[in-house]
Design a binder for this molecule. Structure first.
Ligand code: ATP
Ligand code: MG
Length: 374
């Protein structure tokens, strides 16, 4: 289940995709039909000027426009009451928008049967929501059963998902939710939303209300899982560290309005306004260390000249004594601390791309500190 952190990050970071400035406006303008320019990307979900006003006049979401790319994890981040759950529930029509349009895989969802729509969208609801009178296996198998899967196929799927989320099937299949810890219940919630292998998954604070250690463990597992399953995911959280860790892009909401839509790195380094700046607050330095990659601080000169193909490097790779180019400065700091080395090798996938000296890292951290006003 656990992949080395560097490998996870290398597998998931595709921020270069979003640095093309035409991505957002184009994706948005081509709403209403399946948009596939040269197969480079495919827009999966489109919000077009969406708003929601509840009876009683609360405007939970105002004029929201954004796109979610196929295979992307988009995080909705914001404080309590900022409209995250409302935004998410509009995608599977648990809440109907008051204005605007939403397209899922090229189709206007208001013109679709809501039940059919929900069956192709996995949903892990806030506060888990397992059925207390059903076993773990029955809980996970709810949607496959509705879809008319054969009993044996459901059982096989349940066991596969339990294994994938780190719970031995023979031990957990027949338990009831009350016989599980909070963290185990959350894993079942995640397994259940993936059960029918939907292309789109909505996850509302799936790791909320957990202690920091279990939470971090589930986040790591989520990243490993995500790199295997490649779903389009909308992930809600109010925790900025979680957002930076799991999201390809983050939509920061306040009071029903989107304040910024950006990659984690952009959000931290270029807050769009005072609200974003205040939201990141005193965490900016730590966040910048998390979002800045080792590659970005590697000395340029001579990087590709040095060849490292001997077995020494291979042994280092196997014993966790080197770094992925996409690893964060925090990962680098951890590695130097753990190993006591003064320099480590950096790899982009299998390719050696250079050496990082401990003093270069220290200097880079100093620069980040100055840049974030810490
Ligand atoms: N059914 C409803 N009727 C009236 N107002 C509602 C309803 N559901 C949500 N709201 C209001 O809409 C606003 C946004 O709620 P929402 O649940 O989307 O927030 P959230 O960002 O998910 O918050 P949290 O982090 O606490 O889950 C809040 O002011 C809330 O009180
Ligand atoms: Mg919510």
């Amino acid at each position: 289940m656990f992949l080395p952190r560097g490998i996870q990050r290398a597998a998931r970071r595709r921020s270069d995709l979003y640095e093309t400035s035409w991505f957002q406006p184009l994706g948005f303008r081509f709403s209403g039909f399946r948009f596939q320019p040269s197969g480079f990307y495919n827009v999966m979900i489109i919000f077009e000027h969406v708003s929601k006003v509840f009876a009683g006049g609360v405007e939970a979401v105002s004029d929201l426009s954004l796109t979610v790319e196929e295979g992307e994890t988009l995080v909705l981040l914001g404080t309590s009451g900022s409209g995250k759950t409302t935004t998410m529930k509009m995608v599977n029509r648990l809440i109907e928008p008051s204005g605007g349009r939403i397209f899922v895989d090229g189709r206007n969802i208001l013109e679709e049967d809501p039940v059919a729509l929900r069956r192709r969208i996995g949903y892990a609801i806030q506060h888990i929501g397992l059925f207390p009178h059903m076993t773990v296996a029955e809980n996970i198998g709810v949607v496959p059963k509705l879809l008319g899967w054969r009993h044996e196929d459901i059982q096989e799927r349940v066991d596969h998902l339990l294994g994938m989320t780190g719970l031995p099937p023979e031990d957990f299949r027949e338990r009831f939710p009350r016989q599980l810890s909070g963290g185990q219940r959350q894993r079942i919630g995640v397994a259940r939303c993936l059960a029918a292998d939907p292309p789109i998954v909505l996850m509302d604070e799936p790791f909320g209300a957990l202690d920091p250690i279990t939470r971090e463990q589930l986040q790591e597992e989520f990243l490993a899982l995500e790199s295997q399953i490649r779903k389009t995911i909308i992930f809600v959280t109010h925790d900025v560290f979680e957002a930076v860790k799991v999201g390809h892009r983050i939509a920061l909401m306040d009071n029903g309005e989107m304040q910024q839509l950006a990659t984690p790195g952009e959000l931290v380094e270029k807050p769009a306004n005072q609200f974003v700046d205040d939201f990141l607050g005193q965490h900016r330095f730590q966040l910048a260390l998390l979002t800045r990659t080792v590659q970005s601080i590697l000395p340029r000169e001579g990087v590709h000249e040095e060849k490292e193909s001997d077995t020494g490097e291979k042994i280092a790779a196997e014993t966790g004594r080197n770094l992925s180019a996409r690893a964060s400065l925090i990962d680098a700091l951890d590695l130097f601390k753990r190993t006591g080395l003064r320099q480590v090798s950096v790899y982009d996938g299998e390719n050696y791309i250079g050496r990082l000296q401990k003093r270069d890292l220290t200097m880079a951290i100093g620069r980040v500190m100055e840049g974030t006003g810490s």
